[in-house]
Unconditional design. Sequence first.
Lengths: 96, 96
Amino acid sequence: MNVQELNKDFENRTRLGIMSSLMVNDWLSFKDLKELLNVTDGNLASHIKGLERKEYIEVKKEFIDRKPNTTYRVTQLGRMEFKKHIEILEKLIKGE
Amino acid sequence: MNVQELNKDFENRTRLGIMSSLMVNDWLSFKDLKELLNVTDGNLASHIKGLERKEYIEVKKEFIDRKPNTTYRVTQLGRMEFKKHIEILEKLIKGE
């Protein structure tokens, strides 16, 4: 049981929520994530930025009906790292 | 998917490790936990104190062969709260 193997970047529950949501969806907007996770704008924005900096999620900025639309998606790196994190978490929880 | 339901006191990976270990063992010593989790004394001590303050774990201090022996066990409250936390975590991870 090596807690060091858990990824510190996924420890925070908002980040767990962002990654979990993006693992089972394609592109999600800030509004989608906010509704899904029921967190404040500031909390969500800061954790999205943190995950972006680590390249675990990517951003797409476009105009839809001349309105700016920002959506997020998990990257290959993010998917791989999060899967690893979840596997270790599940082992830890089962006391293996 | 309500990340608010996750218990902030169990977010930290060392705390996850302490609770997971105590859920599947009876009394464990500081040394046992340190070896199981491979964390520093300071890190372990501070998170044990935090969990104690919330009454999620309890302490037993005794003398064995005239040497002080401190062991820890999960409380009923701790067991209940941690089970709830894990259930929500598992739902979150499965994107439910």
